[in-house]
Design a protein around this ligand. Structure first.
Ligand SMILES: NC(=O)C1=CN([C@@H]2O[C@H](COP(=O)(O)OP(=O)(O)OC[C@H]3O[C@@H](n4cnc5c(N)ncnc54)[C@H](O)[C@@H]3O)[C@@H](O)[C@H]2O)[C@@H](O)CC1
Ligand SMILES: [K+]
Length: 472
C-alpha cells in the first residue's frame, strides 16, 4: 500500500526521529538521496549546469546540500536565492564545494536541470512574484521538485487559485520518507511527474508514521483483497450480481455494464431491464440469466427514465448496490439510507449536480468533494477521473491511477459499474470493491490499450488478463 501522510503527521514523525539522531543527520540523508537521483538523471555531472531555486526554509537546505554533492562531482551549480537568508549551513557547504549564488541581475548559465526548492511542506499555495520570475527565467528546462512542486496545496492536492499565484510543474519529484497527499491526488499529482521517495531510515531508526488516510493500492494489495474461488466453491458461493441498467434509448450502456459484471469475478450474472437490451444480452452473453436472488445490484448506467424505478426495485432487496449515471440523481428520493452498503460512481459533472456545486469546483478540489459526498450520502463514493478517488464514509480515500489516458472513452464507466457490482457480490466490502474495481479496470485498460486506442468492450474483455497479471 502506498501511504500519503499529512504535513502534521510528517512533522511529528520527523521530530521524533530527529530527537534520536545527531543534528543535521536527517537533512543529510534527504539531500544525499536527492543528489544521487539528480546525478543519475544528468547521466554525467562534469560539464553540466544545475540551477537551484532556493527559498528560506529547510526545503532550500535540502537543495543546497545536494548541490554541494553535485558540485564536488564536477557540476556547475548556480543558486537563485529567493530569500536574503537561505539555509546558512547549506549555503556554506555549497560554497565550500565550489557552487555559487547568482547576483540579482546576473543571468547565469542556461542550466541542464532545475532543482525547485522554493518551498516544501512548509509552503502555502502559490508562488510569490520573485519565485515565479525565477521559474520563468528557466522555462523549458527540466525541473526536479524537492519534496513537492512549490506552490501546490500539500495536504489538499489542490493547485493555487489565480489570486494565490502560480506553481511549479515538475518532471520528477523527489520526496523523503513517505508520500504527501499532493503526490497521489489530482490536480496537484499531475504537477509532480513521477514521484521518488528517498528513505529516511538508517542507523538510529526510521520514521514512525500514523496510519494514513489517503492511500493507493498496489498490485500486491489487490491480489490480497481479491476473493478467489477455492476447490469446493460453487457458483452461488462466489456471488450472484444483478444488473439493472440500459434502456431503449441507451441499450449499449446496459450491455457494457453486463460485460463488466460478466468478467468472471462473480459466480453468476442476472440481467433485468428493457426487453430489447435483454435479448441482446442473451445473444452476446449466453451465461447471463434473468431475475432472481442476487448478492449485489449494479444500477443506473444508461438507465435514462427507467433509472429511478430500477433503483427503487434494487433497493428493495436490501443487498449492496453500486449506483451509476442516471440513477445517481435519485439516491435521495427514497428517504433513509440507500442500502447498508452502497457505492456511488459519479464523474465530476454528476458529483457537482449531486452536491449542488459547479463542476469546476469539483475538478479544482476533488479530494474535498469526494469526502463531502461520502459523508453526505452515507456511501462509498468513487469519483472517476485521470486519478480516480474512492472515499469511504469515515473520510479514508484511495487514489487509483492505473488507467491510461485512452480510458477516457464512452462506455468505460458502464463497464466499471458492472465490475464493482461483481466484486460486491463476491463479498468485498464497498470500499474494497470500489477501489479494487477501479484498480483492475485501469489495469485492464492498460493491457487492452498497450499504448494505443481502445473501446469500452476491450476493457471488459481484458479484466481476466488483469487478474492473471496480479502477483501470486
Ligand atoms: N525537518 C526535517 O528534519 C527534514 C526536513 N526536510 C525538508 O524541509 C522541508 C520543510 O522545511 P521548512 O519547515 O523550513 O519549510 P519550507 O522550506 O517548506 O518553507 C517554509 C518557508 O517558506 C516560506 N513560505 C511559505 N509559503 C511560501 C510561499 N508560497 N512563497 C514563498 N515562501 C513561502 C515560509 O515563510 C517559511 O520560511 C521539507 O519539505 C523537506 O524538504 C528534509 O530535509 C527532511 C528532513
Ligand atoms: K519544492
Amino acid at each position: 500500500m502506498r501511504r500519503a501522510h499529512t504535513v502534521e503527521e510528517i512533522r511529528s514523525a520527523e521530530a521524533a526521529l530527529m530527537a534520536t539522531l545527531p543534528e543535521g543527520a536527517l537533512m543529510e540523508r534527504a539531500s544525499t538521496g536527492l543528489a544521487h537521483l539528480v546525478a543519475d538523471l544528468l547521466g554525467a555531472c562534469y560539464g553540466r549546469t544545475v540551477r537551484l531555486l532556493v527559498g528560506s526554509g529547510d526545503n532550500g537546505g535540502d537543495a543546497l546540500y545536494a548541490g554541494a554533492v553535485l558540485a564536488r562531482r564536477g557540476c556547475r551549480v548556480e543558486v537563485r536565492a529567493l530569500s536574503s537568508t537561505p539555509h546558512p549551513a547549506g549555503l556554506a557547504a555549497l560554497r565550500a564545494a565550489g557552487g555559487r549564488l547568482l547576483g540579482a541581475d546576473e543571468p547565469g548559465r542556461r542550466p541542464d536541470l532545475v532543482l525547485d526548492a522554493v518551498v516544501g511542506i512548509g509552503g502555502r499555495p502559490g508562488l510569490r512574484d520573485d519565485a515565479a520570475a525565477a521559474l520563468a527565467e528557466v522555462a523549458g528546462v527540466p525541473v526536479v521538485a524537492v519534496d513537492v512542486p512549490s506552490g501546490v496545496g500539500v495536504d489538499t492536492g489542490e493547485l493555487p487559485t489565480a489570486a494565490q499565484g502560480t506553481h511549479v510543474t515538475a518532471d520528477l519529484t523527489v520526496t523523503f520518507g513517505t508520500h504527501r497527499v499532493c503526490h497521489l491526488v489530482d490536480p496537484a499529482a499531475a504537477a509532480c511527474g513521477p514521484v521518488h521517495v528517498v528513505p529516511l531510515g538508517g542507523p538510529g531508526g526510521d520514521l514512525v508514521l500514523a496510519p494514513a488516510s489517503v492511500t493507493a493500492l498496489q498490485a500486491g494489495d489487490v491480489a490480497r483483497l481479491l476473493p478467489r474461488p477455492v476447490g469446493e466453491s460453487q457458483k452461488y458461493d462466489r456471488g450472484v450480481v444483478g444488473v439493472r441498467a440500459g434502456s431503449a434509448r441507451y441499450p449499449g450502456a446496459g450491455l457494457l455494464c453486463v460485460a463488466g459484471a460478466a468478467s468472471g469475478l462473480a459466480g453468476m450474472v442476472r440481467y433485468v431491464g428493457d426487453a430489447e437490451v435483454a435479448a441482446t444480452v442473451k445473444a452476446q452473453h449466453p451465461e447471463v440469466v434473468g431475475d432472481g436472488r442476487v448478492q449485489a445490484w449494479a444500477v443506473g448506467s444508461g438507465g435514462d427514465e427507467d433509472a429511478r424505478r430500477h433503483l427503487a426495485e434494487a433497493r428493495a432487496d436490501e443487498v449492496p448496490l453500486v449506483v451509476d449515471a442516471d440513477a445517481l440523481r435519485h439516491v435521495t428520493d427514497f428517504g433513509g439510507p440507500l442500502a447498508s452498503a452502497a457505492v456511488l460512481t459519479p464523474h465530476a459533472g454528476e458529483l457537482a449536480t449531486m452536491l449542488d456545486v459547479e463542476r469546476s469546483a469539483v475538478e479544482a478540489a476533488p479530494l474535498a468533494h469526494v469526502r463531502r459526498a461520502a459523508e453526505t450520502f452515507g456511501a462509498v463514493v468513487l469519483l472517476k477521473g485521470r486519478r480516480t478517488l474512492v472515499a469511504d464514509r469515515d473520510g479514508d480515500v484511495r487514489a487509483v491511477g492505473t488507467g491510461p489516458a485512452w480510458l477516457a472513452t464512452a462506455g468505460a464507466g458502464d463497464v466499471l459499474t458492472g465490475l464493482v457490482g461483481a466484486l460486491l457480490a463476491s463479498g468485498l466490502a464497498p470500499y474494497d470493491a470500489a477501489s479494487v474495481g477501479a484498480w483492475l479496470h485501469g489495469s485492464a485498460a492498460r493491457l487492452a490499450s498497450a499504448g494505443g486506442p481502445l473501446v469500452a468492450g476491450d476493457v471488459a474483455r481484458a479484466i481476466p488478463s488483469a487478474v492473471r497479471a496480479l502477483p501470486a
